[in-house]
Write a new protein. Structure first.
Lengths: 319, 403
């Protein structure tokens, strides 16, 4: 084959392939329906994410009609008229926290670096917390790191990282470089909160004091606590045999006696649970095909888990 | 020829770069556009698009690197044994191209994604050694630095353009990852076509007995080869990985995630601009001094990451020095090694060197991750700088001994 023939073939193949690439891009663009059926919902509701968009369903018919908004979040939580939305990281923009008021207006944004993981709002709607994965690009499977912060929406006080607070475990100050915090839940006084501190291979339940800027270990092997509406118990995930590689189980703990009661869910759950009402705990589980469902299980350890909201994640009960 | 050719090679004109090297360079350029497009968006796609946990991403990323290592040896040995370097390289290029289509159909199943990404890296593992062997067999020994420099510069152009093409496709399609993968496949397919049409295979002049596994052992018994393999492993140990360098930089300066691909683009730009001139310089003043200069640049990068300078100056200087390091070591190491390896075992030998480097790199990145976890990024990068100093002395002792 002469060089001219070979060049001609190359050019023809290049043009053909360019046509395929452009054609595919055009088709994928026009064929990307983003519209979802949306119906207004009233009464006690659940806020969830549907395909990354903030949605609400009726608590009496959670599998039924769904009101889907234009707000896009990777993780959402709503309470007391405040919605915390962790904005997804796009190819061109960093993610961050958006605080929305009852009318879905953005009242405050906090630019954050990392991949959204957890968020919570106190019952009054005043305090907002978030957790992001900062280092999800690790070569060792265990080598992730997280960043957890709290915003007081009334005073505007912003704590970018709980690592700024003084943490103690058994009276000893914990300041090792391997500290990671995740999963905050607030008490009714808008000052006390609970979270997870991971250090030295342990994952402690920490009780925090926002005004005093202190944290104190309460129990070991407790992650992503979620305070019950009466503030007496937490629902949380605990690593099986203390080893996160083996997955997590959901339990509740009485904060006075530290007594643990496993829930009826026996699958591994990697989520911060949420109380739908004083008797029911909800959480997300990812299917094999990557779609999430919100499940619910009785808070007293009885019964069996059941799908609460299909094809949804990030549940939060609102009135 | 022995080591005298390494330290005092003859000089030659630019015509020393053969048409075959340019053809291989064109294939690498096009293929790198394709693969870097995917590399740039894959973390975003997996964690943001598919919402995989970072732990799952870590496992996939580990597969990504691990899969290439031993396949290099397999690819090298097959190419020598069958005397079909172009065939083995072509199979590797085609496998990687098909893997891009695999990303489209894998959905969000971790197992399918892992398999597809492993196939992609397997293709890279298989093709690298036969390609580099073809370059050494198409070039006189004295011009190897320049030949590898030109090849790596073309390769670097692809790496430079890839993330930019990916970002452009994302912007034009409203962030459709599938379109990025389809475009990447089309570009990779073009690379295979260029390889088939323009690259000439280099067959041994005299048909000889097939290469046996035992001969690989003989390669290892050659003191000169062994020293270069150990030197390559040292190089691997000194490199903590682009991901970590950019991550430390990003953490220190609080850069947003979108800067990640651009840091790689900056490094590639410096690399492609300097690869050919530094290769030519290595042919003139000796390959060892240029390699050692590269280590000095790498050591400076690690020290700067934990040093007093910050702001934009730090980002620019680190990215520039990091590009210098790659330009002064990557192709130059192959040019240094090529003449030491007997022609019949050239591909296997190159694969042996690259495997040593890749395995050591895998170890060093895991160790660096652990060091970061336990002692924080500052201490970990200083430790890495100390490792570079050891590598510098060790490489000089190993390769410079005979000169």
């Amino acid at each position: 084959m002469s060089i001219r023939v070979r060049l001609l073939i190359t050019v023809l193949v290049a043009m053909l392939l360019a046509g395929v690439a452009v054609g595919y891009a055009v088709l994928s663009r026009s064929g990307a329906p983003d519209e979802v059926a949306s119906t207004a919902v009233a009464g006690p509701r659940l806020v969830v994410l549907t395909n990354g968009r903030v949605s609400t369903v009726s608590r009496s018919d959670p599998g039924g009609p769904r009101e889907v908004s234009e707000q896009r979040c990777d993780r959402v939580y709503s309470a007391g008229g405040t919605t915390a939305c962790l904005r997804p990281v796009g190819a061109f923009k960093a993610g961050g926290l958006a605080v929305l008021d009852a009318g879905s207006r953005e009242v405050r944004t906090v630019p954050l670096t990392g991949f959204p993981n957890r968020t919570r709002v106190s019952a009054s709607g005043r305090m907002v917390a978030w957790t992001l994965f900062v280092d999800g690009h690790s070569y060792a499977a265990n080598g992730f790191s997280t960043s957890t912060g709290i915003l007081d929406t009334r005073t505007g006080t912003l704590v970018a990282s709980l690592e700024e607070f003084t943490s103690t475990v058994d009276g000893v100050v914990a300041d090792a470089a391997d500290r990671n915090f995740w999963g905050v839940t607030f008490a009714d006084d808008d000052n006390r909160f609970y979270t997870t501190l991971s250090t030295g291979g342990h994952r402690y339940l920490m009780e925090g004091d926002f005004a005093a800027r202190t944290l104190r270990a309460v129990a070991d092997n407790v992650e992503c606590p979620s305070l019950s509406p009466d503030g007496k118990r937490i629902a949380y995930k605990a690593a099986v045999n203390g080893d996160p590689q083996q997955g997590w189980r959901l339990s509740t703990m009485d904060l006075e006696t530290l007594e643990v009661s496993p829930l009826a869910e026996t699958r591994s759950v990697d989520d911060q649970p949420a109380w739908v009402d004083p008797r029911t705990i909800a959480y997300g589980i990812q299917r094999d095909d990557g779609v999430n469902d919100v499940w619910a299980v009785p808070a007293d350890g009885s019964g069996a888990p059941a799908v609460l909201v299909p094809e949804a994640s990030s549940p939060a009960a609102v009135d | 020829m022995y080591l005298s050719t390494i330290t005092r090679p003859k000089t030659a004109g630019w015509k020393g770069v053969s048409a075959n090297v340019l053809a291989l360079g064109a294939v690498s350029l096009v293929t790198d556009v394709s693969s870097e497009m995917v590399t740039a968006v894959l973390p975003l796609y997996l964690v943001v698009g598919l919402q995989l946990s970072p732990a799952a991403y870590g496992v996939i990323d580990g597969l990504y690197t691990g899969a290439t290592t031993l396949l290099r040896l397999v690819g090298g040995f097959l190419a020598d044994r069958t005397d079909r370097r172009k065939g083995v390289a072509g199979f590797g290029y085609a496998l990687s191209a098909l893997a891009k289509l695999g990303l489209l159909v894998a959905g969000s199943s971790t197992a399918a994604l892992g398999a597809v990404i492993t196939a992609d890296r397997a293709g890279k593992g298989l093709r690298t050694a036969p390609r580099d062997a073809l370059i050494t067999l198409s070039t006189p020994a004295g011009d190897l630095g320049r030949a590898f420099g030109v090849h790596r510069a073309m390769d670097g152009m692809g790496a430079f353009a890839g993330p930019l093409v990916a970002l452009a496709v994302l912007a034009l399609t409203g962030e459709s990852f599938d379109s990025v993968f389809m475009t990447s496949f089309c570009v990779a397919a073009l690379g295979v076509v260029i390889l088939v049409l323009f690259v000439r295979d280099h067959r041994s002049a005299v048909p000889s007995e097939p290469v046996r596994v035992k001969a690989v052992g003989g390669l290892w018994r050659d003191g000169g080869v062994r020293r270069v393999v150990v030197a390559a492993a040292l190089l691997g140990l000194a490199t903590i990985g682009d991901g970590f360098v950019y991550l430390v930089l990003q953490k220190r300066e609080g850069l947003s995630i979108g800067w990640f691909p651009l840091l790689a683009v900056g490094t590639s730009l410096v690399y492609l601009l300097l690869a050919a001139p530094l290769g030519a310089l290595a042919d003139r003043v000796g390959r060892l001094p240029v390699m050692l200069g590269g280590y000095v640049a790498l050591g400076a990068v690690y020290l700067l990451l934990s040093g007093p300078v910050d702001g934009w100056a730090l980002v620019v200087v680190v990215v520039a020095l990091y590009g210098v390091f790659y330009a002064a070591t990557d192709g130059v190491l192959m040019a240094l090694a090529g003449p030491l390896l007997p022609e019949r075992l050239r591909t296997t030998g190159i694969a042996l060197i690259q495997s040593g480097q890749a395995l050591a790199y895998l170890g060093s990145s895991v160790l660096f991750g652990l060091a970061w976890q336990s002692w924080g990024p500052e201490a970990a990068t200083r430790l890495a700088a100390a490792a570079v100093a050891v590598t510098l002395v060790g490489t000089f002792a190993l390769v410079g001994r005979r000169s």
